[in-house]
Structure formats: C-alpha cells, structure tokens
Design a protein around this ligand. Structure first.
Ligand SMILES: NC(=O)c1ccc[n+]([C@@H]2O[C@H](COP(=O)([O-])OP(=O)(O)OC[C@H]3O[C@@H](n4cnc5c(N)ncnc54)[C@H](OP(=O)(O)O)[C@@H]3O)[C@@H](O)[C@H]2O)c1
Length: 328
C-alpha cells in the first residue's frame, strides 16, 4: 500500500506526539511543522521510525514556506492551540481563527484529500469566553474555505503527557488546600489522548468528511470529583475550598502576570459551562469510535510519582513481602 503523506501542525504537543506514533505505525508518512527545531526535534523525531517523519521549522504565518509543504501532502492536520494569549501576535484570533483559515484555503487550493482541525467542546455555549469565540470563528472560516474539513471538538484530554492531570497532581501534592471554582460543579467528559488519536486515525482512514465530531470519554465527572479522584489515587487528603467568584477573579488577574498562568480570567469564564456532549452533533461513539479508556485506570498508570515513595509505592515493589530485596 502506498504511504499517504500527512502534514501536521502542532505535532510536538500532547496530542501530536501520540498521533505521530499512531499514524506512522499505520504506514502514513508525516511532515511535522514546528516553531523551534532545536528545542522540539528530539521530542518529535523519537515518535516515529526513520523514513516516516520529516521535521520543518517555520513561522506558521510564513505563507510562502507553508505553501511549499502543501504541494507534497495529501492530508493536513491542525493541532495548534493556545490556552492564554501572549504578546506579539500570539492572540486567540490569530492562532484559532486566522491561521486555521489559511490552512483551509491552502487545502482547497492544493486539492488536499482531507483537513482535520482540532477545536474544543462546549464553545457554542461559552459566549463570554474569548477562547471559545475564537475557536468558533475558526471553525466557521475553515468550513467556508474547505467544506470537506472535519472538525473534532474534544473535552479535556488526559494522559501522562498532559498539562491537566500532571499539573493538578503537582499542585494537590504541594498545597494544603485547592480552590474549587463554581463549587466544583462543572461537568466534563475527559477523553484519554489515545482514544482521541484513534478517532483521528479512524476519520482519516475511513474518509469521514464535513462533520463536527464531539470527542468525549466514557464517563462524565464534575471538577470536584476529578480532584477527589486524583487525591485518592495519590493517597492524599486536601481541603477543596469553594472560592467566591470575586476572589477567583482577583486571583486569576494575579496569575495572568506569571509566564505560565495557572488560571486566567478567560479560563474562569470558560469553566462556568459544562463540557459535555451537546446532543447537536455526532460524537466519537456515533462515528464508530467509542472511548475505551477510563480516567482512574489510566491515571493510575502514572500518578504514583506524586505519591509518597514514588515508584516504591506501587505493587511491583511490594515492600512487605520482599523486604530482603530492598537495600535500605
Ligand atoms: N489538551 C486538551 O485538553 C484539549 C482540549 C480541547 C481542545 N484541545 C485542542 O487540541 C489541539 C491540540 O492540543 P494539545 O494539548 O496537544 O496542544 P499543546 O500541547 O498545548 O500544543 C500543541 C502545539 O502547538 C504549537 N503551538 C503552541 N502555541 C503556538 C503558537 N503560539 N504559535 C505556533 N504554534 C504554537 C506547539 O508546537 P511547536 O512548539 O512545536 O511549534 C505545541 O506543541 C489544540 O488546538 C487544543 O486547543 C486540547
């Protein structure tokens, strides 16, 4: 079978790394565009066997350079997204709307077979969030420029490489109390990264076109329940403290000064809305890819590093039975 050529933007992130492994194992050749080849090539290169991967450094708005890449690819996948705005062009509008619209235009011009774009769940409701509005605007512009595009809207995506469970585990481990926004009632349908990339592979290989697909995990859990589950998995007890909204806003204003804010005011607005299937679009289950991986089962595989004793807290070290094998 002739390998298909996939052009991936944002391949060095959580979803990108997992997707590169999946696609190249299935005989797709990938070209991955990164902003910084010196920093990211090791991360990207090690996801695939030699011959299956090419890495290109580019400014994503350098249309002349990007255009060249479209000439030799069949499929384009856009995984670039930001959670907060930074200075100098790193705005929600540029990253979530202008750039995907450019990709869709080039997909049309170069007659690509498919364009897969990662958006986000719940953006129709979150009308007061700049993040959500920019993602929605991006979707509209893509579908105008390339109606064959398939847009995936994931809920929270988790894995050992995420910035969600791993950050929460670090904070829960270190802080005596943890803030609960909106009393921790917001609902999520977290999807494991591998279930999401299985869906992307399925969409490409089964040529599923012109759809918005909501990608969700097998269970719906609240924000409070998510934190409680993480605490149980690392055997820790912490106070989960409901934060009144004015205090939450004030603390978010302060966090925004940090280079990597823990939460921003825009994220706080987003957190007000449930992040679960809307019922208005097909889900990954509807297109034949129900999620198989449960939150606790997967997080259990990597959370032990936040438990007292680290790897020694796991069953494989079984300290009680094998005391003589451990050098103290
Ligand atoms: N993770 C989730 O829970 C989640 C939930 C819903 C939707 N999504 C969406 O899914 C997509 C992929 O998510 P992810 O978690 O894999 O993303 P990620 O790890 O945060 O980032 C993906 C890649 O995007 C590139 N990138 C980031 N900021 C950029 C900028 N300002 N300009 C140019 N490139 C930039 C980076 O690649 P280089 O550094 O190599 O250039 C980065 O590795 C995003 O669109 C995200 O909004 C994610």
């Amino acid at each position: 079978m002739k390998a298909k050529n996939c052009l991936i933007f944002g391949g060095s992130g959580q979803i990108g790394k997992n997707l590169i492994r999946k696609l190249t194992k299935n005989n797709y050749k990938v070209t991955v565009v990164t902003r910084n080849i010196h920093q990211k090539s090791y991360i990207i290169k090690t996801q695939a066997n030699a011959g299956y991967i090419e890495i290109v450094e580019a400014n994503i708005f350098d249309e002349k350079k990007i255009r060249e890449l479209f000439k030799k690819n069949d499929i384009c996948i856009n995984l670039i997204g930001i959670l907060y705005e930074k200075k100098k062009g790193n705005t929600f509008k540029n990253i979530h709307s202008v750039f995907p619209s450019l990709l869709a235009k080039l997909c049309k011009e170069y007659n690509l077979k498919h364009f897969i774009h990662l958006s986000a769940l719940g953006i129709n409701n979150a009308i007061d969030s700049d993040y959500a509005r920019s993602k929605l605007e991006g979707e509209d512009r893509i579908l105008k420029n390339f109606p064959l595009a398939t847009i995936l809207r994931p809920s929270l995506v988790f894995s050992q490489d995420d910035q969600l469970t791993t950050n929460f585990l670090t904070l829960l481990n270190r802080l005596p109390l943890f803030p609960l926004y909106y009393d921790g009632r917001t609902k999520f349908a977290p999807i494991h990264c591998s279930d999401l990339t299985d869906t992307i592979h399925h969409v490409i290989s089964n040529q599923i076109y012109s759809k918005i697909i909501e990608c969700v995990g097998p269970e719906i859990i609240t924000f409070k329940e998510l934190l409680q589950r993480l605490l149980k998995l690392i055997n820790k007890k912490r106070i989960l403290l409901p934060f009144p909204l004015p205090i939450a806003k004030l603390s978010a204003t302060f966090f925004e000064i940090l280079p990597k804010p823990i939460i921003t005011r825009d994220q706080l607005r987003l957190l007000k809305y449930d992040n679960i299937p809307s019922g208005n679009y097909k889900t990954n289950s509807d297109v034949g890819m129900p999620s198989k991986r449960f939150f606790n089962d997967e997080v259990k595989k990597y959370c032990y590093m936040w438990r007292d004793g680290g790897q020694f807290s796991t069953e494989k070290y079984n300290l009680n039975n094998d005391k003589e094998n451990i050098i103290s």
